[in-house]
Design a protein around this ligand. Structure first.
Ligand SMILES: Cc1cc2nc3c(=O)[nH]c(=O)nc-3n(C[C@H](O)[C@H](O)[C@H](O)COP(=O)(O)OP(=O)(O)OC[C@H]3O[C@@H](n4cnc5c(N)ncnc54)[C@H](O)[C@@H]3O)c2cc1C
Length: 349
């Protein structure tokens, strides 16, 4: 009997995304996880870096853990657009035949993976939160299913490469080792006018006050339905200010229109990994936990001693948030003698 697995595919690849002269965080995080998978399979880890003027980033990506970078430079690749990037990836995949290709689930990574899997006729497991290798050698692509109540293990047995995207902040970024060396391979992929279906006229940065800073915040104070009214989020803003953090929310306040979607933490919001996560008036539904349980330290404030959030909290305060939070602010201010931000380590362990 012949094996159903297509042969001649070797190596783990990561789509490396550059933005404004830097590697995107999600790509760096993915390099760390992909390194682990490549080592388990005893194979080479490569990255594909399309862009313009991005050669310096290739060496950086090697220092984070890649063995090889396929560099494709073209002015038309300066900003991400679907068709040129798909052409680059599809051309290189057909030429080098990797076994596994991983994407960060940024907007661009989702767009690219979704288009590419149809072009090269393979599958794509989107928004994975864990990877493993099965005893048969398949990539075990693990993602939440049924509203986060269970985890689905997805295997791609009959097509290659096996492709998946991973959510931001799910994996820890690897340490950068400036002594690491690797190979940078310049690849030529011809991009013609017919490949370009959209033209970037101007790149407009979203004004700062519209941008959620919760992705990279070291300290988050998150509020839930227990706040009872949008105006009560002022309390959390005060607590966040005294701690030197940002305000986030569970889905209920977002659905109620109290807080913007950009600050929602959880399965259908953002995955965060701050040093300190203070959950105020949040019950701890699985869909919320999915977005914050990797935080360094979790403090929960809830009037219900049976609230599920206490099961994962490092410190729990059972009480009425309208008494606990003002008291906490008062004591923190008194302890510091001023509103200076707390001194905490730079990243979650
Ligand atoms: C497919 C799907 C995706 C979802 N995605 C997300 C997601 O991304 N993020 C998310 O958060 N949820 C998500 N949800 C919703 C989730 O299931 C919960 O409904 C939601 O997280 C509950 O929000 P909450 O904890 O703020 O509200 P509640 O569950 O209503 O909890 C409020 C808590 O406040 C406490 N409380 C009330 N008054 C006080 C007080 N005065 N002092 C102290 N404590 C008080 C209560 O004891 C209670 O525990 C999703 C659900 C589904 C089905």
């Amino acid at each position: 009997m012949t094996s159903a697995v297509p042969e001649g595919h070797e190596g783990v690849w990561v789509f490396v995304e550059a933005r404004r002269g830097t590697l995107r965080d999600v790509s760096v995080q993915l390099i760390g996880e992909a390194r682990r998978i490549a080592d388990r399979k005893g194979t080479v880890l490569s990255g594909v870096l399309p862009g313009w003027g991005v050669e310096g980033l290739a060496q950086q990506a090697i220092e984070y853990g890649l063995d090889r970078v396929y560099l494709v430079e073209d002015p038309r690749l300066e900003t991400y657009t679907s068709r040129p990037y798909t052409k680059v990836m599809a051309t290189l995949i057909r030429k080098h035949r990797p076994e596994i290709v991983l994407f960060g689930a940024s907007k661009n990574g989702r767009d690219l993976g979704g288009r590419l899997h149809a072009v090269i006729d393979t599958g794509l497991a989107a928004d994975c939160v864990r990877f493993d290798v099965t005893p048969e050698g398949y990539l075990d692509m693990i993602r939440p299913a049924f509203g986060g109540r269970s985890l689905a293990h997805i295997h791609c047995e009959k097509h290659r490469p096996q492709m998946a995207s991973a959510r931001q902040n799910v994996f820890r970024p690897p340490l950068r080792d400036p002594r690491r060396t690797g190979e940078v391979v310049q690849e030529d992929v011809e991009i013609t006018d017919t490949d370009v279906d959209t033209r970037v006229v101007k790149f407009v940065e979203t004004p700062k006050h519209d941008v959620s800073k919760i992705d990279d915040a070291r300290i988050l104070v998150a509020g839930g339905a227990g706040l009872g009214d949008p105006k009560n989020f002022v309390l959390l803003e005060d607590l966040a200010r005294v701690l030197g953090g940002e305000v986030a929310a569970s889905r209920k306040p977002v659905d109620a229109g109290w807080m913007p979607k950009a600050v929602q933490v959880g399965q259908t919001g953002k995955t965060v990994r701050p040093v300190l996560y203070v959950a105020v008036g949040i019950s701890g539904a699985v869909q919320h936990l999915a977005g914050m349980q990797e935080s360094g330290r979790i403090v929960a404030i809830n009037s219900d001693p049976k609230a599920a959030i206490f099961e994962i909290a490092d410190y729990g305060i059972v009480g009425d948030l309208f008494q606990v939070v003002p008291e906490l602010i008062r004591r923190l201010r008194a302890a510091r003698g001023a509103e200076a931000p707390a001194e905490l380590p730079a990243a979650a362990p």
